[in-house]
Structures are given as C-alpha cells and as structure tokens.
Design a protein around this ligand. Structure first.
Ligand SMILES: Cc1cc2nc3c(=O)[nH]c(=O)nc-3n(C[C@H](O)[C@H](O)[C@H](O)COP(=O)(O)OP(=O)(O)OC[C@H]3O[C@@H](n4cnc5c(N)ncnc54)[C@H](O)[C@@H]3O)c2cc1C
Length: 377
C-alpha cells in the first residue's frame, strides 16, 4: 500500500495550498521540492481578494508589517490615468519569501510531510501504481499532483503538455525600500513594456517589469527598462534596493488537459498565459481547492471541468490585454475610456476579481466599453 494518498511535486504556493487543503480533508500528503524554503521567485506579489480569502482557510495570515493592503488597480500611460477599487474585500501585497514561510509552517502544522532539496527525476504510471523517483528513491501514491510551475516536467512526462507561444513574454522584478505612495497596484505602460508597482509592506514596494522579447541581457537590464518610466525613476531615485533582480519566462505554456488517470496538474503547471492580469496565485489557490474536492470524491473529471471554468475568463482577459499591449493607440484609447467611465472600470475589475460574474457586464456594459473606445481620444 502506498505510504501517501498524494505526492505533490512542487512546494511553491499552489503545491502547498493543495497539500494543506488535502491534509485538512484527511488525506496523507507528501510534498517534494528541489529547492529549500523560504523560496523566492519573480512575481508581482499581488494577491487578489479571493486568493486572500482562501489563504485565510489555510491556517496562516501575515502578521503586522508583513504585507500591505491592495484596494484596486491604476493604469498609467504618459499623462493618462484610470483607476478602480475592488468591490468588496481587499487584496494583499506580500513578498514571496514571507508567503512561502507562512505556508510552509501551515503545512507542517496540518501534518503534511515536507521534503526539501529533492528534485523529482521521473514519473512512473502503469496499470498497478503511480509515483515519482527522486534519484534512487521511488515514491508511490494513489495520485501524483504536478505543482512544479511554468516549465512543469510532470506535465511533459505525463503527456499532458500542450502549446507554447511563439510570442515570448518575459519578466523581472526588484524591490525598493520606500513607503508605498498608493494602496493600488499601479500598472505603468510604455510601448513594448509594462511596470507593475505593488506595495508589499508598510516600507517596501516591488516593481515587476514585463516585456516581449529576450530575457534580461544586452539592452534589457532592469535599469534600462526602468528608464522608460520617468515618473518611476523620479520616485525611486536614491531608494535602497532590497532584493536581487530575479527573472522569469518565457511565460506562455499550456496543458492539453488538466489530468490523466492518476496525475493532476495545478497552478502554473496546469497552464499559464501571462502575468499581465496579476492573478496566477489566486487562480492557483482556487484550482487547489477544486482539485482537493475532486480527490475526496475520487473523481478527477470534476476537477477538469472546474479548472477549465476557472481559467476561462482570466485567459480571455489576458488575450484581450495582450492585444492592447501590442497596439499603443488602442491602449491609450482604453485607458482614456476607463478614466472617463469609472463605474464601468469598477465593474470590469469586479469581474476580473471574481466578485461579479462575466455575465453581469451585460450587453449594455459591452456597448459602453466599445462606445468609449470609439470616442476616447
Ligand atoms: C513577472 C511575474 C509577475 C507576476 N505577478 C503576479 C502577481 O502580481 N500576482 C499573482 O497572483 N501572480 C503573479 N505571477 C504569477 C505567479 O508568480 C505564479 O502564478 C505562481 O508562482 C504559481 O505558483 P505555483 O506554486 O504554481 O508555481 P511556482 O511558484 O513556480 O512553484 C513551483 C515549485 O516547483 C518546484 N519544482 C519544479 N520542478 C521540480 C522538480 N523536478 N522536482 C521538485 N520540485 C520542482 C520549484 O522549485 C518551485 O518551488 C507573476 C509571474 C511573473 C513571472
């Protein structure tokens, strides 16, 4: 008999959320990660309100000074500014090592077996058993979960891998010691590059850059990218840098399916398009919850349906924003239209944050958006 019900490959935030929820549901869970905690990663570090709500169910919340509230989003492009607040609950800005440390502690307390510094080198799945190998150790279980991120090996080994994009988008992040000047995530747009500014504590902000092209290198250093945003250069001049630059990408990796008979994918491993909407963590936490419900019901088909539904609107929004990102004239019109119709922007943000259903926009909302795009200047 396998020693665990669930072996989770990847102890990032989504792997740990899955582990904690599964353990709370009475399953025996083991997590394997090639790195050691607390794990840092290139990320905008904004957690959407529904992600915060799931975090509160995992048995850990950041203490005073360990995070910053996020009340909404602000788009800035040259002189144009549009912002909207979340309809109900707030989001959180939180450094990845702080989040990781908290989730590791919550997993330990809920009885999850945690194995760090263990790189999984193979997946085996036959009619009798399923499991993974870490070098010479063979670990079998009732199910294997791939939570091993963007470049998931479990996705590839299980034959669940899908398309990658020809259009390469990559990212890099840096932190600065400065009291946040806003409770919004600011998205500064320039042609071919965006800067996301997230308050992550009462005295620190994170700046994540996203652009199309090659990873950091000649002409793509953080300083060069930052110089395209004069207002940020002014704000951040002389402020101490509090982290090492950390990059990620290319970002676009899809899975063909979310599961095979006894292997399921969750988080970035289950498919990721882009960071432009800043919701990978919240969507991953939602997937973790629905995967555990399906495991308890011993029906992974339930998970596949729910996971498809969970990514449907985020993927649509990402595709729409990438379209806008590549067309500066359309981007400027969009920001002008949202600035002129704040109610509409608030409704769109509430849908994005899963506080309203997409259908709540209605035909009237779509018409207002199109009308705004046509008439904005
Ligand atoms: C520039 C940028 C900005 C972003 N901004 C935001 C944002 O503001 N808000 C937001 O919600 N999301 C954001 N995201 C997305 C977010 O970072 C991801 O969605 C999130 O990290 C997914 O978590 P995960 O646990 O699925 O994967 P990961 O965090 O990547 O964790 C995967 C884990 O698997 C382990 N692993 C991999 N291979 C193996 C192996 N063979 N054996 C053992 N362990 C293995 C790794 O060590 C890692 O710990 C951003 C992403 C980028 C790139």
């Amino acid at each position: 008999m396998p020693s665990s019900d669930l072996v989770i490959v990847g102890g990032g935030p989504v792997g740990l959320a899955t582990a904690i929820l599964a353990s709370q549901a009475g399953l025996r869970v083991r997590v394997l990660d090639k790195r050691r905690p607390p794990i840092d990663k290139a990320c905008g570090e904004g957690l959407m309100p529904d992600g915060v709500q799931i975090l509160s169910c995992l048995g850990w919340m950041p203490g005073p000074g360990e995070s910053a509230p996020i009340k909404g989003i602000r788009y800035l492009d040259g002189g144009r500014v549009a912002d909207a607040e979340f309809a109900t609950a707030h989001g959180l800005g939180i450094r990845r090592p702080v989040l990781h440390r908290g989730l590791v502690e919550a997993a330990r307390q809920s009885g999850v077996e945690l194995s760090w510094g263990r790189r999984v080198t193979r997946l085996f799945e036959d009619s009798v058993e399923v499991g993974v190998e870490c070098g010479k150790e063979r670990i079998n279980a009732r199910w294997v979960v791939g939570a091993d991120g963007l470049k998931s090996q479990i996705r590839r080994w299980s034959g669940l891998g899908g398309r990658s994009s020809r259009h390469r988008r990559v990212g890099v992040r840096r932190h600065f010691r400065i009291a946040p000047w806003s409770e919004m995530v600011e998205v500064h747009w320039a042609d071919g590059c965006e800067a996301y500014v997230t308050p992550v504590s009462p005295e620190e902000v994170g700046v994540a850059m996203l652009w199309s092209g090659e990873k950091q290198g000649s002409g793509n250093g953080f300083e060069t990218l930052l110089s395209r945003f004069p207002t940020l250069v002014d704000r951040l001049a002389g402020r101490p840098i509090t982290s090492r630059d950390c990059g990620a990408g290319p970002l676009y990796h899809l899975a063909r399916r979310f599961y095979s008979e006894r292997v399921a994918l969750v988080g970035d491993a289950a498919g990721y398009l882009d960071a432009i909407t800043g919701e990978g963590l919240a969507v991953g936490f939602q997937q973790a919850r629905s995967l555990v419900d399906a495991l308890v019901a011993a029906d992974l088909g339930l998970y596949a349906r729910e996971a498809r539904r969970l990514v449907a609107f985020p993927f649509l929004l990402i595709r729409a924003l990438l379209l806008v990102e590549r067309r500066p004239w359309l981007r400027r019109r969009l920001i002008a239209a949202l600035a002129a119709d704040r109610d509409l922007f608030s409704k769109l943000l509430a849908i994005h944050a899963r506080q309203l259903e997409p259908a709540d926009l209605g035909v009237a909302g779509v018409a207002r958006l199109l009308g705004g795009l046509l008439t904005a200047s």
